[in-house]
Design a protein around this ligand. Structure first.
Ligand SMILES: Cc1cc2nc3c(=O)[nH]c(=O)nc-3n(C[C@H](O)[C@H](O)[C@H](O)COP(=O)(O)O)c2cc1C
Length: 348
């Protein structure tokens, strides 16, 4: 077993003594340091012998498990996450201009529920700063860049923010994820309604074509959706995605539902809920999407994966790849190792 897998059970209680945001900052710092000192060596080979890559989105993934957006918003430690065993890393959400996000406290652990509530509000250094970091990185692992709009950009002008970010990220990203599903930016999720999403995806697909011609390389464009959509809304999104020949869908973001944590002392904190309470719902959304989308359009499944079995359920529901965030906080890097061992799903 690699050093990091042995250390995590000792580290976790120390990190859980700190408030959630400080623990998060320390985790990223320690990870970077550990990587620089070679302490992550062997973490990825713990997943077993190297296997043939998984072809999805025209890319070759070393395994099915990626780091979900929000953990490394500023692309601070991309290569270190790769060394930890992730097959791909999604940085962001990044906005055109830097912004501080919401006032603290804005991140809460519901430990008994293996859940997190966050209302970070896209705190990020701005797309240019993250792109500059990605340009300087040494590694070659797959990186998705997740893009959003600034909190003070009205929804009528949201398309401009996404186009700005798409252009900036295009040369350094392996894929681009369009985030219209965070509950912490006022009105953002309204972009999931049929007309706004048609306009947004239509404009971004046109821009993608122009950029592909200019750079001689087509980078896939995905949209990340919320779990709080009914079947009519899922079908209408699927119709637009199919019409516009979107390259893929990421399902799901955090939920605004509190049903699964009712009565918990932190349940009434505003924000998006992630982790165990989301496991079943996000898998249901993946199944519904899979039924409504053409088989050629891959889904990245995310939401409440705390075990390799949870990841397998998402693959069985039709996801081609998965991502984790909250599971990493509660279960540590062994979760990544265990998911990376899973057999590759069918084609896509
Ligand atoms: C603290 C925190 C911050 C997040 N920030 C973002 C973000 O900036 N952009 C985004 O698309 N998703 C963000 N997410 C959502 C995750 O990427 C993921 O979709 C969600 O948490 C469900 O997965 P999980 O249960 O494995 O955490 C965030 C989640 C958490 C817990």
């Amino acid at each position: 077993m690699s050093l990091i897998h042995r250390l995590y059970p000792l580290l976790r209680p120390l990190l859980f003594q700190l408030d959630a945001e400080t623990a998060h900052e320390w985790t990223v710092k320690l990870l970077k340091m550990g990587h620089a000192l070679g302490m992550l060596e062997g973490a990825d080979s713990d997943a077993g012998p190297a296997r043939p890559p998984i072809k999805v989105l025209g890319l070759e993934f070393p395994n099915v498990v990626g780091l979900a957006a929000g953990m490394d918003k500023s692309a601070a430690a991309v290569d270190a996450w790769g060394a930890l065993g992730f097959g791909f890393v999604e940085v962001g959400t990044l906005t055109p201009r830097p912004q501080p996000g919401n006032p603290t406290p804005r991140l809460f652990r519901l430990i008994e529920k293996e859940a997190i509530i966050n209302r970070m509000g896209f705190n990020n250094p701005g797309i240019q700063a993250a792109v500059a970091r990605l340009e300087r990185r040494q590694g070659t692992g797959i990186v998705g860049v997740n893009i959003g709009k600034n909190f003070d950009t009205p929804n009528e002008n949201a398309v401009d923010d996404y186009v700005t970010c798409l252009r900036a990220a295009y040369p350094v990203a392996d894929y681009i994820a369009v985030n219209i599903s965070s509950p912490n930016t006022k009105g953002l999720r309204d972009l999931q309604a049929e007309e706004p999403i048609r306009r947004l995806v239509g404009t971004l697909k046109e821009e993608q074509q122009r950029l592909a011609a200019r750079h001689g390389d087509k980078k896939p464009l995905l949209v990340k959706i919320a779990p709080d959509l009914d079947s009519t809304q899922i079908d209408s999104l699927a119709r637009v995605f199919t019409e516009q020949q979107l390259d893929g869908v990421i399902a799901t973001n955090t939920t605004i539902s509190r049903e699964a944590v009712a009565g918990h002392r932190l349940a009434d904190e505003t924000g998006g809920l992630s982790g165990a309470p989301l496991t079943t719902r996000s898998t249901e959304v993946i199944s519904a999407l899979r039924a409504a989308l053409p088989a050629s359009m891959p889904i990245i499944g995310v939401g409440g994966i705390l075990t390799a079995d949870h990841a397998q359920a998402k693959l069985d529901a039709g996801a081609a790849l998965v991502q984790v965030y909250t599971g990493l906080v509660y279960r540590g890097p062994a979760l990544v190792r265990d998911i990376a061992k899973l057999a590759v799903p069918g084609k896509n």
